[in-house]
Design a protein around this ligand. Sequence first.
Ligand SMILES: Nc1ncnc2c1ncn2[C@@H]1O[C@H](COP(=O)(O)OP(=O)(O)OP(=O)(O)O)[C@@H](O)[C@H]1O
Ligand SMILES: [Mg+2]
Length: 271
Amino acid sequence: MSSRVITFGNFKGGTGKTTTSTMVGIELARRNLKTLLVDLDPQGNATNLYLKTKENVDNEIVSFNKTLMAGIKDQDLSQTIINILPNLDVLPSSADFSLYPRFMETVSGNYNERVWYFSKLLKEFKETYDYILIDIPPTISLITDSALYASDYCVIVLQTQERSLQGAEAFINYMQEQVIDTFKAPTLDLIGILPVLLKNGAPVDNSTLEVAKELFGKENIFDITIKNMERLKRYDVTGVMFKDQFDHAVQNVYENVATEMISRIGAIENG
Ligand SMILES: Nc1ncnc2c1ncn2[C@@H]1O[C@H](COP(=O)(O)OP(=O)(O)OP(=O)(O)O)[C@@H](O)[C@H]1O
Ligand SMILES: [Mg+2]
């Protein structure tokens, strides 16, 4: 077995990358698929969400063993991993990870080598997990380059508004021109573009979706769209909950996202 590595991207901030990667991670784990969420964003949003989620479930405060940056310096990430739920682990990020690009300059003078480095560190997990999901910041940097180089697949998270559309377009061009053509990413492929609705069916949603279909091809847009759900915003504060009908409604949506994602991967792999 070798894991499938998937990055969730868009060069626009706040489009739902972290929400999608963390919720899909929970859903994959519930299917007994061993999943690792790699948080490569120094903001640590995914890490915080998962740590709060673990606190809800286990009723105890969790703390870091070791930061991601410290693990990278030691060339061993295994000590940094934290278990969140059955089948779900996180490689947690924190603010010191913003030093990664500067640290890597001391490792190699060659930019391509710096890009390749992180994928080598991930190798030790490739036989352990079914899925490795990577959450990245919304900016072009060595961090995003390293994530995409290490990935087999990418899901573009598109919030239905003009700037997110521009961010998605820039991201796709960047994947092709930089990551595949220049850095020679060995396996990177686009799973599709996942729409996150701004206003649940308002004209802005429909018109952005129409433009996206024209721009990226209808076949590249996920059939499922993620509605705007207040409950997701609350999870920023409380962590993911598994209690009432609103929690179940949220989880139901990401169950469908995971199903479509797995089926799209199957279609790519079976030609
Ligand atoms: N479907 C949704 N319905 C309602 N709120 C949502 C939805 N998806 C995401 N959000 C909220 O929108 C905000 C931004 O989402 P998120 O942090 O996932 O974006 P991001 O793309 O990871 O941002 P960044 O680029 O800063 O990393 C968060 O407060 C999140 O809770
Ligand atoms: Mg994020």
